[in-house]
Every structure is written in C-alpha cells, then in structure tokens.
Design a protein around this ligand. Structure first.
Ligand code: TXA
Ligand code: MG
Length: 318
C-alpha cells in the first residue's frame, strides 16, 4: 500500500504527473467521459501495473490515448478511420485498428488489434503532451465496479493502489466512449457510448451491431457483469412494483424516469434526455451505493438508439 496523492489539475501538477508516468507509475486523470487510469502505453511493465491495481483480467485489452497522431501504433489506417477522426476527434470515440509491433502485448491482451482514442478533456490532452508518449488507460475503478466520474470516486476505489489522481472536476459526458471496430466493412459498433450513434452513422452509414446484446464477447471488455454498484440493482417499468418493495420494509433507492414519486436523497428523478441522463448516471449510483441501501431500482428509459449506451450499461449491472 502507498499513499495516493490527490492533486487539483494545473500546469505544475500535470508536469509532476508526467514525471510519475515517465517513471512507470500509475496516475488517474479526467477525460470528458470518465476518469482514466493512465500508464505509459509503450512500457509493458507500467501497463501490467494497471491490471494489478484494477484486478482486471489480462484478457481484457486497454484503450491507448493519443494527442492525435497514432500512425506508429497501427499497421494500416483504413480510409474510414481518417473520416471518423476528422469528424469526431478529439472526442469520445475509440477506434479499433490493426496494431503495429510497437504496441506491447499486454495492451492488446495479445490480440491483433489496438483500440485508440484522442480525448477532448484539456487535462488529458495536456498530460499526454507533457508525457510525449501515448497513455494506456482503462476507466479508473476496480474491475467490474462502477466507472468514476469524479476524482473522489477514483480515490474511494483505487486509493492506496496508485500514485496520484489529477482532479479536473466532474466528467461532462459521464459515460464511456463509443468503441467502433474499423477493421470490418462496414465498421462494427462494439460498445455504444458517449459519441452518438446517429451522428456517427450520418457520416459513415449504418454500422454492424453486436454490442448491447448480453453475452456477446467480440469486444473482450463487454463482459455480462461490468459497471456494477455493490448494492443489488433491479429494473422496473412499473412504479407499483417499486411501491410494493417499499412497503416490504426494504431501504430502496430509486432512479425514477418521469416524476413517479416526490424526489428525495434516495428517490432521484433522472433526466429525460439521454446525454443529461448519462452525465449523472454513475454519479447518482455512486451516491446511492454509499448510502447502505438494500437495493437500487431503476425505472427503465425508452429503448431507441439514443438510449442504447444507457441500456447497455444498465444491462451489465447484475
Ligand atoms: O471513455 C472511455 O473509453 C474510458 C476513458 C478513460 O477513455 N476508458 C474506458 O476503458 O472505458 P475500459 O478499459 O474501461 O473499456 C475499454 C473497452 C473495453 O470494453 C475493452 O474490451 C475494449 O474497450 N477494447 C480495448 N481494446 C480493444 C481491442 N483491441 N479490440 C476490441 N475491444 C477493445
Ligand atoms: Mg471500464
């Protein structure tokens, strides 16, 4: 165990964090989606420390974060990758491409592809620039737990296991990046996320879909159980069902959709817009998880494409 430094992100602390990363240490940093747990992506020992700190299975590859140029990391760049990066980078879009030899096996879990993204958050960008090397970074939480959208979530989950956390405030998107495999034609949506499917498809046409279906393991991280609070989570389309649970005597936290009941600390009225819903989802779940409840019930939002990323995460919570 070590002491984890919690630093407000500024020019000095970003410089210090880069020194730690150069020395092979782990530093958590904010992105526009969720906090990432960074290590030098070209240093296999440093990357293996990420797996140890998270308790992450070695079979689950990590995303490599770049400033912009990734030509060293791939063996070919499909034209559609260029189209997508021109339109959506920097931003919450991760592209899976054929890896080059420069990428250590531990990053790709020994596979033939590497996932790459250029984050938009200014702290993430400055950190990558200060390092001068790409950063391997999964979400900064213990494996299978909820992703962190605030520095305090990272501290609670990984405090004592990593060197430092750069605090850049709450993450605006609040949900992980959209992962698209551009080695297939058409490209395949591996994980719905913060980049809108409608906006992506407006540029590249319909993608093949496999993500969002429980049990499909094309993207190795898409394990059935992932993103979970410790409190058991149930789903409901029916407010009556929740009221029955409440009369049971159970302490129930409720993510309401629409004004189903008077809001309180543990009855949270969730936004009716998918971006706003994503922005607060993990934060609300972290709060309810800390409240020592018997169960959390989620009233399900609509099922259309705009809500696919939300349904994907909710479906992996138990
Ligand atoms: O928004 C995000 O993507 C955040 C921030 C920190 O950038 N990162 C993140 O990382 O969510 P992680 O490790 O929690 O999720 C990465 C996902 C996993 O589902 C993983 O299996 C998939 O990307 N992935 C990584 N490399 C891959 C590859 N070569 N092929 C297919 N899927 C890959
Ligand atoms: Mg994760």
């Amino acid at each position: 165990m070590r002491t984890t430094a919690l630093w407000p992100a500024n020019e000095n602390t970003i410089g210090d964090a880069a020194e730690f990363l150069k020395a092979g240490c782990l530093v958590a940093f904010p992105t526009e989606t969720v906090y990432g747990l960074g290590a030098n992506a070209l240093d296999s020992k440093a990357v293996s420390r990420i797996f140890a700190a998270k308790g992450r299975p070695a079979t689950n590859p990590v995303i490599v974060h770049v400033d912009r140029d990734y030509s060293d990391l791939v063996s070919e760049t499909p034209p559609i990758a260029r189209t997508l990066t021109d339109c959506f980078w920097p931003g919450p879009l991760t592209l899976v491409m054929k890896r080059s030899e420069k990428v250590p096996d531990v990053v790709t879990a020994g596979g033939p592809t590497v996932a790459i993204r250029s984050p938009a958050h200014p702290v993430a960008r400055q950190l990558i620039q200060a390092c001068g090397f790409p950063l391997a970074a999964p979400s900064a939480n213990r494996s299978t737990c909820l992703s962190p959208t605030r520095a305090e979530h990272v501290l609670r989950s990984l405090g004592g296991r990593i060197h430092a956390i750069l605090d850049g405030g709450p993450c605006v998107a609040g949900i992980e990046s959209t992962v698209v495999d551009v080695t297939t034609d058409p490209p395949t949506l591996l994980r719905p996320g913060a980049a809108s499917i409608a906006e992506l498809e407006a540029v590249i046409g319909p993608m093949a879909r496999i993500a969002g279906e429980k049990g499909v393991a094309r993207s190795p991280g898409q394990l059935a159980k992932h993103y979970s609070p410790r409190t058991p989570v149930g789903f409901s389309r029916d407010a009556e069902e929740v009221r029955r649970l409440l009369t049971n005597g159970d302490r129930v936290g409720w993510l309401m959709f629409g004004a189903e009941e008077t809001p309180s600390e543990i009855f949270v009225e969730m936004p009716a817009n998918p971006q706003a819903y994503a922005a607060c989802l993990y934060d609300v779940l972290h709060k309810l998880d800390a409240a020592g409840l018997d169960r959390i019930v989620v009233s399900l939002p609509p099922e259309d494409d705009d809500w696919l990323a939300i349904h994907d995460r909710l479906s992996r919570m138990n």
